[in-house]
Design a protein around this ligand. Structure first.
Ligand SMILES: [Zn+2]
Length: 181
């Protein structure tokens, strides 16, 4: 951020008195502008044992496959947000949503919440942010063409749980990818 959203003057990164980390502080009106991690809500839509993936029509990672997910909006629940994203990106109506994973990604200040769900009548399409959508069995997942580490992690864990027929809710952290040495 460069300018104060209260008065429009310049802001600077400073540690406010009594605080322990840098914040954007307005040099004119002294307002402190806090930023918080962002919550991303999404679904693992399953139909007849296959997972619905969308191929991204937008950057970042255009052309790569992803689970329907996006930033949670003000005024909605995480479950409503996950269903909304599934409709917007894959034109699929999510049914029977069950919380499945929370992934903390601290180095980019994001929190993902994924719900397992069914797909009403197995019907889907492609919303404006998707080039296409498709159902994949485990052996057909395009592992090398997945958009984000959180997507491959979710899919691997889902198919592993599916072999047991049990889907316990877990919270996990995804660390920064190390450079190959
Ligand atoms: Zn200000």
């Amino acid at each position: 951020m460069n300018f104060c959203t209260t008065c429009g003057a310049e802001v600077a990164l400073q540690i406010p008195e009594g605080d322990d980390r840098k914040r954007y502080v307005c040099l004119s009106c002294q307002s402190i502008h806090y930023t918080s991690p962002r919550v991303i809500v999404g679904c693992l839509p399953i139909h007849e044992g296959k997972v619905l993936l969308c191929r991204r029509a937008i950057e970042p990672r255009r052309n790569y496959w992803t689970l329907p997910a996006g930033f949670m909006e003000n005024g909605e629940t995480s479950q409503q947000g996950a269903a909304r994203e599934t409709w917007e990106e894959a034109e699929a109506k999510a049914t029977e949503l069950e919380l499945y994973r929370i992934y903390d990604i601290p180095h980019i200040s994001q929190v993902y919440m994924f719900y397992r769900c069914g797909i009403e009548q197995g019907a889907f399409g492609a919303g404006p942010e998707s080039l296409e959508s498709a159902l994949f069995e485990e052996r057909d997942i395009p592992w090398d063409e997945l958009a984000f580490p959180v997507v491959s992690r979710s899919l691997k864990e889902y198919f592993s749980d599916a072999t047991q027929g049990r889907f316990p809710v877990r919270v996990a952290a995804i660390e920064r990818r190390r450079k190959p040495s």
